[in-house]
Design a protein around this ligand. Structure first.
Ligand SMILES: Cc1cc2nc3c(=O)[nH]c(=O)nc-3n(C[C@H](O)[C@H](O)[C@H](O)COP(=O)(O)OP(=O)(O)OC[C@H]3O[C@@H](n4cnc5c(N)ncnc54)[C@H](O)[C@@H]3O)c2cc1C
Length: 410
């Protein structure tokens, strides 16, 4: 039987572990904490069928000016930190040029198309249906001009990719979400995405399924990964594990693990925050407030307020700027109630400069497989790219053309 160690038990690692197991591999999933407690816990919980085009770097002068002058809440940056991000950001800018972004989107859309079907099978097998809402999500626009632009763009996505959405008047939005005190210029309702009431809980349910099917989950430090004559070994709390293959699925921590092996993967680390609130009445589906760049996601734990991207120094502490602005803007829309946590959650979107995840074998280490860099949609994509990786490792014909995702492009 073929054997693999999967390092990292977020959505990417658990997705890969399940697909390898399904192909007859003996798999050990290793993480320093329980499954689904890092980035895959703290997100908005959207399974984004509508995200057929990855998130490009803004290139129009008015958006850049708003970011540079601190007027936009979508992005916040510490000027002193920009030097740390410069290399990946320059490459991100280059790949975000409209012609390149259009080419990248073609590859990305093929993966996104597989995302919900892959989750559907796992949700059913894991008995996790109670965590899933299938009502899509809405983006509220406060200004008519922004709403009009959004509707035009939604029509473009429908024409090009068949993505379904509908424009809602302020009255229709108010009727759908009676809890809202104001409804601005209305909303675009993306109808196909699903939302998860407890994103970490879904990863944990998938990890339980992996165990039930005979998989091993171990507590261990990925940095103990050692290349041996016939494979790979890692130390766990229950002793060393050896396998012929190792998969690096450590989300934003992946590039650091690979550095000592001579790999330099550039990553745009976009931090994000969330905090839960005890709103007496909540929303029926997640809502993004476009003007203030944050999302409101109704979760089992409370109403989760989630921020946009922050570029900070590598070891910078929490900075409250975006979350405080988001919470103030959210209070215009509904009664938030009291906060559940004093200290907000902080995580990092692991974004590659070309906006595509890294899926494939490391160029100089046979048997070392890479599965990270899912950026803004890793919760959506983990099971689909996990399948792609398992197919490549098993020598099967991959479900999508795998070339755009190959590690050797860096
Ligand atoms: C604010 C925010 C909102 C988001 N919203 C969405 C959304 O709505 N939909 C969507 O699709 N995506 C969303 N994303 C992106 C998504 O959350 C990530 O792309 C995804 O969770 C990455 O999954 P992962 O498994 O690669 O990484 P993680 O979930 O971070 O998993 C990596 C694992 O590696 C482990 N690990 C790290 N270092 C070591 C080590 N040295 N030894 C052992 N274990 C280690 C960690 O403990 C962790 O469990 C959002 C991200 C953020 C930050």
């Amino acid at each position: 039987m073929r054997s693999a160690i999967v390092l990292g038990a977020g959505m990417a690692g658990v997705g890969a572990a399940l697909h390898l197991q399904g192909r007859g591999w003996s798999v050990a999933l290793v993480d320093r904490q329980a499954p689904g407690l890092a980035t895959s816990y703290g997100n908005v919980g959207l399974i984004q069928s509508e995200a057929v085009e990855p998130f490009a770097m803004p290139r129009d002068l008015s958006t850049l000016w708003a970011i540079a002058t601190g007027r936009s809440n979508d992005v916040h940056y510490d000027p002193g930190a920009l030097l740390h991000h410069l290399g990946p950001l320059v490459r991100y800018w280059w790949h975000s040029a409209p012609r390149r972004h259009a080419r990248i989107s073609q590859a990305y859309a093929t993966l996104i198309a597989q995302a919900a079907p892959e989750h559907a099978g796992l949700i059913a097998a894991a008995g996790a249906e109670h965590l899933v809402r299938r009502e899509g999500f809405r983006v509220l626009y406060r200004a008519v001009r922004d709403m009009d632009r959004a509707v035009t763009d939604a029509e473009r996505l429908r024409a090009r990719y068949g993505v379904r959405s509908c424009a809602m008047s302020p009255e229709a939005l108010g009727a759908a979400e009676p809890v809202l005190k104001q409804t601005g210029a209305g909303a675009v309702h993306w109808q196909d995405p699903w939302s998860i009431r407890d994103p970490g809980g879904l990863v944990s349910a998938y990890a339980d399924l992996f165990r039930q099917r005979g998989g091993t989950v171990r507590s261990g430090e990925a940095v103990s990964l050692t290349h041996m004559a016939r494979g790979w070994s890692v130390r766990t709390d229950d002793g060393p594990i050896e396998a012929e293959a190792a998969v690096v699925a450590l989300g934003p921590w992946s590039p650091e693990l690979l550095r000592p092996l001579g790999y330099r993967f550039p990553m745009v680390r976009k931090r994000g925050y969330h905090r839960h609130w005890r709103a007496a009445q909540t929303l029926s589906a997640p809502l993004m407030d476009a003007a203030y760049g944050y999302c409101l996601a109704p979760m089992t734990k409370g109403l989760r307020v989630v921020t946009g991207a922050e570029l900070a120094r590598p070891d910078a502490d929490h900075s409250p700027v975006q979350l405080e602005r988001a919470e103030a803007a959210a209070r215009d829309l509904l009664d938030l109630g009291a906060p559940i946590e004093n200290r907000p959650w902080l995580g990092t979107r692991p974004c590659m400069p070309d906006m595509l995840p890294v899926v494939g074998e490391a160029t100089r280490h046979p048997g070392l497989w890479l599965h990270f860099g899912h950026g803004h949609q890793g919760f959506t994509l983990g099971p689909a790219t996990g399948r792609l990786l398992a197919e490549l490792m098993s020598g099967e014909t991959p479900l999508v053309h795998s070339e755009p995702f190959r590690p050797g492009r860096y």
